[in-house]
Design a protein around this ligand. Structure first.
Ligand SMILES: [Zn+2]
Length: 79
């Protein structure tokens, strides 16, 4: 028998792929990123209508990590 943790009953908000619950990623993981700050990151995702409780797969989280960092670099830092 399969345990609930191993069935693919979580869904990514962006790509709509199904995946296992234990593989859920949320923007909360960006708390551990040094820059941009987590306050900035939360505001950025707020504009995209993404909250701290939305579930994403690993690929989409990597994607969001990349674009949020790129936007911050391009528009929010002084060269
Ligand atoms: Zn996804």
């Amino acid at each position: 028998m399969q345990s609930a943790k191993n069935t693919k009953n979580a869904q990514c908000k962006r790509c709509m792929n199904k995946f296992k619950e234990k593989e859920i990623f949320t923007i909360q993981q960006f708390q551990y990123r040094r820059l941009p700050t987590y306050d900035w990151t939360r505001e950025f995702f707020n504009l995209l209508e993404i909250s701290e409780w939305d579930s994403f797969c690993e690929n989409c989280m990597l994607y969001y990590g990349k674009i949020s960092h790129a936007v911050w670099l391009r528009y929010c830092t002084v060269n």
